[in-house]
Ligand binder design. Structure first.
Ligand code: PDD
Length: 283
């Protein structure tokens, strides 16, 4: 039984409660973050804290905690749950009031956190890779804001599962925006890592930002530009990045093998470099 955080209180997960009038529930008027913990240390905490503040500011939701308080909460939730490895999920909604599209200006945000234990550094799918399907982009236009409006992504991933794949590549105007819950990359036949440039078309992944820095420092060529689904299908390698899956190889798109049909060597190297660098900088 986990201890979860709800609005300043630590409670057993079965006793945790929020209002039926919460705007996170009625309007998806809420922001979330997912931060990985490995061996009791947080990976890329500063990036997640900064993006949380940005997302809240975009929706004009007051941030209920400082960076230091947020870090202390992450440490405390881990300690209270004897938790060392997995994901720490947090969600902040605008607050609760009787259902109305027009909200009151000074609502008190609802703030919940919980842990999800898993071995972040030992994912069996890194060895096999995953299959993805392409699907039309159907999410709202402000994808740089990390809102809990995840219904389209959830339905898309369900369809992927039903078709024997694990994830999706969303396509807009012929170009890949990102995957269902991660950023997408190709490795060209010349060994260049290509990922879409930042804009409101995609979430500005914290793993992506670190990985770009790490790749450049390792003299790996990186290009930030949109790529087509055909480029992805003909690429040497394709992979995804997120806080929980880290660097995940994609070995099939729409049922057709990518490259050799096996996880690619540059993908594996980037994952090793990422893990080494981020563990050295974990707090
Ligand atoms: N998802 N793009 C989307 C749409 C995402 O939902 C995520 C993260 C990412 C990668 O961002 P980061 O590297 O900061 O984790 C990109 C989280 C893990 C989730 O929804 O569970």
């Amino acid at each position: 039984m986990r201890i979860v955080y709800v609005n300043g209180e630590w409670v057993d997960e079965v006793n945790a409660q929020i209002s039926v009038f919460d705007r996170g529930f009625t309007f998806a008027d809420a922001i979330y973050e997912v931060t990985a913990m490995v061996g009791g240390k947080l990976i890329d905490f500063e990036g997640h804290a900064a993006r949380l503040a940005r997302s809240l500011a975009s929706l004009n939701i007051p941030c209920p905690v400082t960076r230091d308080e947020l870090l202390a909460l992450h440490r405390e939730i881990a300690e209270r749950n004897n938790f060392t490895d997995g994901a720490i999920y947090l969600q902040i909604s605008r607050g609760a009031e009787d259902r109305d599209f027009i909200y009151s200006p000074n609502l008190t945000p609802t703030f919940v956190m919980y842990t999800q234990a898993r071995n972040v550094l030992d994912n069996p799918k890194w060895q096999t890779g995953i299959g993805v399907i392409s699907m039309p982009e159907g999410r709202w236009v402000n994808r740089q804001i990390k809102t809990v409006q995840l219904l389209y992504s959830s339905l898309a991933k369900m369809e992927a599962h039903e078709r024997g794949a694990e994830d999706v590549l969303f396509i807009e105007d012929g170009k890949v925006t990102e995957a269902g819950s991660s950023n997408a990359y190709i490795v060209t036949k010349d060994g260049v890592v290509v990922t879409r440039e930042l804009s409101n078309a995609l979430l500005h992944g914290i793993t992506r930002a670190s990985l770009m820095d790490i790749a450049r420092k390792a003299q790996i060529k990186v290009e930030e530009r949109a790529f087509t689904i055909e480029e992805a299908k003909n690429a040497a390698e394709v992979f995804l990045s997120s806080a929980t899956a880290l660097i995940m190889p994609v070995v099939a798109i729409d049922g057709e093998p990518v490259g050799t049909g096996k996880p690619g060597p540059l993908t594996a190297r980037l994952r090793e470099l990422y893990i080494e660098d981020r563990l050295a900088n974990a707090i």
